[in-house]
Design a protein around this ligand. Structure first.
Ligand code: SF4
Ligand code: SF4
Length: 386
């Protein structure tokens, strides 16, 4: 009887109170160092990407210069100019692009004011779907200047700084909040409200107001710009990472992209060079596929990877006949294909809009003559105003 009670009590005692005598633990198998099979191809991704960046920056400077002289001719003391208004400036009006896209979706009519902004937005969205957020790292002039600044910071301080995770994460959410606000504001407008906004004096010369903002930078504007420049020198892609709503929209689009940076753990030697090189601070060396909306398709990680076939921008594995010893391989996107795709999307969309007569805003010159000299007086129409 006594023995039975004793055995019941013992059976209720958690076993870890009386651990079994320690057995000698088997030694963990030493991590075998993987053999590096060095890649032999010469990486041209960064030369190609930086050439695109420089060319697009120059294109923007050229377009901006022509626009400046076009605006000056309407202002007191401005010299007459034979320049036509370059519609490409509408790339700097992403909200107008978004409004026009909504107008087009609602009415199936191409808007007559600032249509180029809509076509440029469409080409960036298509780029993001096919090549991650490639617009940001291959074309965007703000992204390019941002990159020049953090590279200067790297030279100056021998490093860039990363904000602590508790600050980095909420700050990264800011750009999505801004995007959410703009999307909410645009989607809550009906087609006639959108048209009324675009046809208001403010809507017609929104591009001139944008130019004047930079021409007559006030104290608050100058301080904000200076803070952004300093922050961009210290932190890689500060504006893009935390504040750009356009990049947020492209990032969300890129989540649906079949093209991704993919790592092959069999050929990877775990050197972590890719993660160190990633301007978006993604842990490339610890993931198999980079799905993050922060990946800009810059290919910096691919450029520094020393191992053959370890890292690439690629499409998912293609179905193959099952052959013994042949694992399905992701279909790599070569740099030339990415570059050609980006160029084709940009020039294809712009070329289509131009040849179809959709590129330029149809505003009589007399309207500009009347509005441009008083651009600073044009105020943002309020809801309900026509
Ligand atoms: S994962 Fe590679 S391609 Fe993507 S942002 Fe980082 S370095 Fe660029
Ligand atoms: S760079 Fe990244 S993918 Fe390439 S071998 Fe090193 S850890 Fe692997």
């Amino acid at each position: 009887m006594a023995t039975q009670v004793h055995s019941e009590i013992v059976s209720e005692i958690p076993p870890n109170l009386f651990p079994a005598p320690a057995q000698p633990r088997p030694k963990p198998a030493a991590k075998t160092k993987k053999k590096l099979i060095r890649r032999t191809d010469r990486d041209r991704s960064q030369l190609t990407r930086r050439s695109f960046q420089a060319a697009f920056l120059l294109l923007n400077v050229w377009v901006g210069g022509i626009f400046y002289f076009w605006v000056r001719q309407f202002e007191p003391g401005g010299a007459p100019s034979s320049w036509q208004r370059p519609a490409g400036v509408e790339g700097w009006l992403p909200i107008a692009g978004l409004m026009n896209l909504r107008y087009f979706i609602l009415t199936h009519r191409v808007p007559t004011l600032h249509p180029a902004g809509m076509f440029l937005l469409l080409s960036s969205l298509a780029m993001s779907f096919l090549f991650r957020k490639a617009f940001c790292s291959w074309l965007c002039p703000v992204g390019t200047i941002s990159e020049y600044l953090w590279r200067a910071g790297q030279k100056l301080f021998r490093r860039n700084f990363l904000l602590p995770r508790w600050l980095d994460l909420p700050l990264r959410g800011l750009k999505y909040l801004l995007l959410g606000f703009f999307v909410w504001a645009v989607t809550s407008m009906a087609a006639d409200e959108l048209a009324a906004f675009m046809n208001s004096p403010y809507g017609v010369i929104a591009d001139v107001k944008m130019l004047n903002f930079f021409r007559h930078l006030g104290e608050a504007g100058a301080i904000t710009l200076a803070v952004l420049v300093v922050a961009s020198i210290l932190v890689q892609n500060f504006w893009c990472r935390y504040l750009c709503p356009y990049g947020a929209l492209l990032g969300i689009t890129s989540l649906f992209s079949p093209a991704r940076i993919r790592r092959n753990p069999e050929t990877c030697i775990d050197c972590a060079k890719c993660a160190k090189a990633c301007p978006s601070a993604l842990p490339v060396d610890r993931l198999i596929t980079i799905k993050s909306a922060e990946c800009t398709g810059c290919l910096e990680c691919v450029a520094v990877c020393p191992a053959k076939d370890a890292l690439s921008l690629s499409l998912p594995s293609l179905p193959r006949p099952k052959l013994p010893g042949l694992a399905p391989q992701p279909a790599k996107l070569p740099v030339w294909a990415m570059a050609a795709g980006i160029a084709a999307l940009f020039f294809g969309v712009v070329g289509f809009a131009k040849t179809a007569g959709y590129w330029d805003s149809h505003v009589p010159r007399a309207v500009y003559q009347q509005l441009v000299p008083h651009a600073d007086e044009a105020r943002h129409p309020m809801p309900g105003e026509n």
